[in-house]
Design a protein around this ligand. Structure first.
Ligand code: CP
Length: 303
């Protein structure tokens, strides 16, 4: 039976632990190649631009002995030129794995239901589960997860939705600070709280970023205007005034706290150059860990 990862919730806490253990083990090796995808083809269907996700998935497939084919945003017309069911059904006849970046999460759900092969969410407007795996891996490497506090400052978007569930499941105390109207939705908070209940973590919402960052071990932010929201950019800039992760805000966190950002960043908006390029920033480790986390996930799916 094919197993898809369309949401962080498609992986149990134990399974995330297995994948991340495997990622760390592989990352430490000098030769990271293996053969879980030998003779197999992965199709990357991307409806939005990408640097990290595309490159890390293509390298992961190659490292596992498989072949990756990339289809760029104008090529497939998922949900426009063809229905997600038709795209999934056809792609599943050619390929052993589909890695898809899209806007609407329902495109992924429908494509996966029709494809008959594993489908991995490479970002939708609702979730970014592979980013969350890499982020938790990075936090594990920079001081650990369980019992530590992760504060996310910014938009209650796809990145924090996946991150809150994954980090709460690792026993972290997750705080999310957002302005009114841009909070993480109640259902996602409930899902994160359910994960936290099994791991002695917690999840809480704040409106005051200074209060949320107080004593935090990790400070995380993301762009205020995600791909597809460009028409809202001016309104969002106004709404997020006071939520910038700058040196003054980071000074409220614990000494030596890690600063995270999934990139790409809108420098000077959600984060300053000084912080993004500063000594507490672990953003390049995060970006590198996309490869290790995703390679481990694919090896686990096909192992
Ligand atoms: N963080 C992330 O998903 O980056 P890309 O959009 O470059 O893939």
């Amino acid at each position: 039976m094919s197993r898809s990862v369309l949401s962080v919730n498609d992986l149990s806490r134990a399974e995330i632990g297995e994948v991340l253990d495997r990622a760390l083990e592989t990352k430490r090796r000098s030769d990271r190649r293996s053969s879980e995808l030998a003779g197999k083809t992965a199709l990357l269907i991307f409806q939005k631009p990408s640097l990290r996700t595309r490159v890390s998935f293509e390298l992961a497939v190659t490292n596992l002995g498989g072949q990756a084919l990339y289809l760029s945003p104008p090529e497939v017309g998922l949900g426009e030129r063809e229905s997600p069911e038709d795209v999934g059904g056809v792609a599943g006849r050619y390929c052993d794995l589909i890695i898809c970046r899209t806007f609407d999460q329902s495109n992924l759900d429908r494509l996966a239901a029709a494809s008959g092969v594993p489908v991995v969410n490479a970002l939708s407007d609702w979730e970014h589960p592979c980013q969350a795996l890499a982020d938790v891996l990075t936090i594990r490497e920079h001081g650990g997860t369980s019992g530590r506090t992760l504060t996310y400052v910014g938009d209650g978007n796809n990145v924090v939705r996946s991150l809150a569930i994954a980090a709460a499941g690792e026993g972290m105390h997750v705080r999310v600070a957002s302005p009114s109207g841009y909070e993480l939705d109640e259902a996602s908070v409930a899902e994160a709280a359910e994960r936290a209940a099994g791991s002695e973590g917690s999840v809480s919402l704040f409106s005051d970023p200074v209060e949320a960052v107080d004593g935090a071990d990790v400070v995380y932010t993301d762009t205020w205007t995600s791909m597809g929201q460009e028409v809202e950019a001016k309104q969002r800039l106004e709404a997020f005034t006071g939520y910038q992760v700058d040196a003054r805000l980071v000074a409220q966190a614990s000494r030596g706290a890690s600063v995270m950002h999934c990139l790409p960043a809108h420098r000077g908006e959600e984060i300053t150059d000084e912080v993004l390029d500063g000594p507490q920033s672990v953003v390049l480790d995060q970006a590198e860990n996309r490869l290790h986390a995703q390679q481990a996930l694919l090896a686990w799916l096909f192992g």
